[in-house]
Design a protein around this ligand. Structure first.
Ligand SMILES: *Cc1c(COP(=O)(O)O)cnc(C)c1O
Length: 239
């Protein structure tokens, strides 16, 4: 990664965020897509609440977290900013951890089974807006990765749309970093997304692309990229 330009002291992540926004804008232009059609989700897992605060000070609104306990502690620590932040859960979610996520998050992008969706639906307070969800797709059929097989997505999508407290927004995937063609998996994800919409769903979110492959994802139609390392730096542990 190129060195970030100097940032004002009040906003130490400004240079890195600006560089990420520039990458997104360049790929969006290259794809011939409308400026602003790709949202940036800042993945703050393993980084503390002060780092989230710093990114927010540079204008970042949406943050992604992978580990329920860590995430909920951070949401609490940033309670003063709650109305101005949008929290996305993007990690594997166990059934005993759904309640806090249903109560405190705005999105869950990592839904991969009906039982978890049903729990989130039951636990989402009627006083809150519906919980936005994406189905996580195991697009490369990797044994090590979460997500449902592409052929199982339509049935799960159908079931989720019947849950009143959830709003099915789209699909999420983490393509294999070892692909020969980085555009292949995002292209297949996009085809699945288009097929669902052609069959009557109204999905608007294709969440794909990370620090290393955001350009490929945007060229294939991603509407949201999830960026950790390029904003916050390398994570110490590979949890
Ligand atoms: C960690 C993580 C990211 C961010 O990855 P980087 O390579 O650090 O940008 C994106 N999506 C998910 C689901 C993650 O777990």
């Amino acid at each position: 990664m190129p060195a970030a330009p100097p940032a004002p002291a009040s906003c130490p992540l400004a240079g890195r965020l600006a560089a990420v926004h520039e990458r997104i804008a360049a790929a969006t232009r290259q794809a011939g897509r409308a400026p602003g059609s790709v949202r940036l989700l800042a993945v703050s897992k393993t980084f503390d609440a002060d780092q989230v605060r710093a990114a927010h000070a540079c204008g970042q609104v949406a943050f992604g977290e992978n580990y329920a306990q860590e995430a909920l502690a951070k949401v609490n620590a940033l309670a003063d900013l709650r109305e101005r932040l949008e929290w996305h859960f993007i990690g594997p979610l166990q059934s005993n951890k759904t309640r806090g996520v249903a109560e405190r998050f705005d999105w869950v992008q990592s839904v991969e089974r009906l039982s978890i969706a049903q729990r989130l639906d039951r636990q989402r307070s009627p006083t809150l807006p519906r919980l936005n969800v994406c189905i996580q797709v195991n697009i490369d059929a990797e044994a090590s990765k979460s997500g449902v097989a592409p052929e199982q997505v339509p049935e799960l999508a159908e079931q989720i749309t019947r849950l009143p407290r959830l709003a099915l927004r789209g699909l999420m995937a983490l393509p294999s970093p070892h692909a020969v063609d980085a555009r292949d998996a995002p292209r297949r994800l996009r085809a699945l997304f288009d097929a669902l919409n052609a069959s009557g769903f109204a999905l608007d979110t294709l969440s794909c692309g990370m620090s290393g492959d955001l350009e490929a994802a945007i060229l294939e139609g991603a509407t949201m990229v999830r960026i950790g390392t390029a904003i916050f730096g390398a994570r110490e542990t590979s949890q």
